[in-house]
Design a protein around this ligand. Sequence first.
Ligand code: ATP
Ligand code: MG
Length: 404
Amino acid sequence: MSNIVVGLDIGTTKVTAIVGEIAEDESINIIGVGITPSHGMEKGMVVNVEETTLCIQRAIEDAQRMADLPIDLVYIGVAGSHIESINNSAVKQVTGDQSIVDSADVDHLLAEVQDIHVPDGKEIIHSIVRGYKLDNELLQDPLGMKGSTLELSAHIIYGATNSIQNLITCAFNVQLSVAQVILQPLASANAVLNEDERKMGVALVDIGGGTTDIAIFKGGKLNYTKVIPVGGTHFTNDLAYFLTTGFSEAEKLKIRYGTVDPKKVDKNLVLEVGVVGGDEKRKVSADVLCEVLEPRADELSNLILEALAEGVGDLKELSAGIVITGGGSQIRGFEAMLQKKSGLAVRLGKVKSVNGLTQKVSNPMYATGVGLIHYGYHNYEKFAYDTKEGLFGKIFTTIKGWFL
Ligand SMILES: Nc1ncnc2c1ncn2[C@@H]1O[C@H](COP(=O)(O)OP(=O)(O)OP(=O)(O)O)[C@@H](O)[C@H]1O
Ligand SMILES: [Mg+2]
């Protein structure tokens, strides 16, 4: 087994290739990073294969150069509003010799729990074991145990075949093999959450450019996933529209002066803003930025809270609160707004357990890329794609350490 794992995060605003070398103590040494602005992506999905392919090529070439080794196998993140998920369970009587659970019992349940109605044009991306019960006793691994009734519960995530295939096609176009396609918030969760948080109940919320991706963990297990098609780009678009300025100028204003907290606005600050299609500049008071950004932040935090309520019912079940990642999580005042509205602790996710070029990946916008390495490493043997052929082989993913 190679000790090199590469995460390729094809985001709406940037493409990141991160090369991780797995040390003997299983820590990840970041030895190469390639980051390039993304083109041909909208709301987490490929809309122009040619453009996205070029961006991937650039990011991979940069990462290869820095790591000084060739990259041929990658773990890719997937998001987009086509993603859906459910919790499902399956039950069977133990038929193994002397009522001892054998692999035939487990295989039968693994097949049955995935036997759900997947809408036309969609396919299962992950089937993640949440746990087993043998005669109502919770178990991580029932093999070899004695009992009569075995139950398996799993979280099943599925998405549009075409969207997934488009990502893979872009990677194939630059001669990359795809080890696995991984739901982005699962990757981000691997990068920033610790086991205690997962046990206590925690929501990972990755606010990217085009989507906000959520993963909820309770009792150490993945409980719920969701992709909301709103991200930081929407904030920028709002500013560009209201100030009749270009996207890149609006982006700069948002990052430099933007806040969603009216109390934090410097009322005396007047900004010079270029008008789209002209040379003249207009004077705009800084509180106008907040007036535009705040309603969008309000909308996004309401969508997040709706999703969390759908995931856990009572938000108090998230004792470890909310951990936010993604570039969009950095908009000033958002963390406090989410904290106030949810009544939960909210913290900015920090990439954990990596060495090497940590400075390059410390920003929360790289959580997905680093998480893909964590995820890829821990699921290394289980390839989902017969890579060169592009064939999709259904696999059952069990995530080490998530069964407590
Ligand atoms: N300091 C900052 N303040 C506010 N917003 C920021 C800041 N830095 C980055 N952003 C915003 O973060 C967004 C990009 O985040 P990120 O890089 O996580 O997205 P992505 O991975 O490309 O997109 P997605 O995950 O949605 O496909 C952009 O909208 C950008 O404006
Ligand atoms: Mg992202």
